[in-house]
Design a protein around this ligand. Structure first.
Ligand code: PLP
Length: 385
């Protein structure tokens, strides 16, 4: 018998986040490895979905989503970023931001293409592309400032480069790209005629008075940018699997067709729930969740510092990278396992976010937890000292 798995199968072997989650469960620890937010789902979102189910929104929707949700996404994009979006042709509702990114890669990139990616990276971006035969070219950002120059971008380019991926606010560094940095990316994309795939899933979580700038709003960027975001984080509905891509209709149609092929459509009643959330939740809701995460960031980063794990204080999202070189071990993984054994707190080794050696000095902690869980984790970390 010569049955065997595909050549791409090794690419999706157990991720470090899943490994740490399993290790954490084994020792009954506190899981700060997984990026799952414990916050409650806003009532209009839950009610909108429940009412839609009762009202018969239970069948396939159009491949790019229900009109109510596409219209609400277009209105939201204008409200928060000033972008003018046509809900009929420029929005594709998908299976989370993950689905939108996959459908966009399928629709716009070919095997053998290269894509510029900043590291530390979000693993799904890399593995999604690798599974399609697309090669990442890394621009390495280092703590504490995570800065880059136009020359850094140029060094990553070859004749096969077709796109750049931009995750702002970023996971895991919590970097919020400034307008100046985005202008560098815009110039770079224009001069090499690249697509810009964004991942703005943490767009509402920005701290210390910073503003999220949507890359598509920069001059010259509208046509080349595939703006990707979703509801998992902002409404704490990671299990609903709803996100979207916004882009020029010339790209939205093929993205929609691949979205249809892989997902058919987003879950119909849940689409209505998210549409209701977008329509009814006011600025106070968004400011509230951001302030809540900022408060937890401050508490948690203080605990990391007390534990001797110097934090690289994030500007957005809900993760903190910390310097773990004070822990015993030769690699980030050994250090993370030591921390788990000693304190019962699980984190992700920084090597999960870097190809190069920088990751071995770092670990990522998710602080979007209920207060009692976070307090328990902080008390355990402080006992390290
Ligand atoms: N993009 C980033 C950067 C993330 O950190 C995550 C989840 O951790 C996702 C996308 C997943 O988004 P979704 O649940 O909408 O697929």
């Amino acid at each position: 018998m010569s049955l065997k798995v595909s050549r791409r199968r090794p690419l999706v072997a157990q991720s470090e986040i899943r490994n740490m989650t399993i290790e954490c469960a084994r020792v009954g620890g506190i899981n700060l490895a997984q990026g799952v937010c414990d916050l409650p789902v806003p009532l209009p979102v839950v009610r909108g979905a429940a009412e839609a189910m009762a009202a018969g929104y239970n069948i396939y929707t159009r491949f790019d989503g229900l009109p109510a949700l596409r219209q609400a996404i277009a209105a939201k994009q204008e409200r928060f970023t000033g972008m003018r979006v046509d809900p009929d042709g420029e929005v594709v509702v998908s299976g989370g931001a993950t689905g939108a990114f996959y459908a966009a890669c399928l629709a716009l990139l070919d095997e053998g293409d290269e894509v510029v990616v900043f590291e530390p990276y979000y693993g799904y971006h890399i593995v999604t592309m690798a599974s399609l035969g697309i090669k990442p070219a890394f621009v390495t950002l280092e703590p504490p400032h995570w800065r880059f120059t136009a020359e850094d971008l140029e060094r990553a380019v070859t004749a096969r480069t077709r796109a750049i991926v931009l995750n702002t606010p970023s996971n895991p560094a919590g970097k919020v790209f400034t307008r100046e940095e985005l202008a560098l990316v815009a110039d770079f994309a224009a001069s090499h005629d690249l697509f810009v795939f964004t991942d703005e899933i943490y767009e509402h979580f920005v701290f210390d008075g910073r503003a999220h700038v949507s890359p598509a709003t920069l001059p010259g960027m509208a046509r080349r940018t595939i703006t990707i975001s979703g509801f998992s984080k902002v409404y704490a509905v990671t299990g609903w699997r709803l996100g979207y891509a916004i882009c020029d209709p010339e790209w939205a149609l093929p993205i929609g067709h691949f979205n249809d092929l892989v997902y058919v459509c987003g879950p119909a009643p849940l689409q209505m729930g998210c549409a209701r959330g977008l329509a009814e939740l006011g600025d106070d809701y968004y400011a509230g969740v951001s302030a809540d995460h900022q408060h937890k960031r401050d508490l948690f980063c203080a605990a990391l510092a007390d534990a001797g794990l110097t934090p690289h204080v994030p500007e957005g999202a809900y993760y903190a990278l910390a310097d773990v070189t004070s822990l015993p071990g030769a690699t980030a993984k050994e250090r993370a396992l030591h921390l788990l054994a000693k304190t019962g707190v699980a984190c992700v080794p920084g090597s999960a976010f870097y190809r190069g050696p920088v990751g071995e000095t770092l670990a990522r902690f998710c602080f979007a937890k209920e207060m009692d869980v976070l307090e328990d984790a902080m008390a355990r970390l402080r006992r390290l000292r």
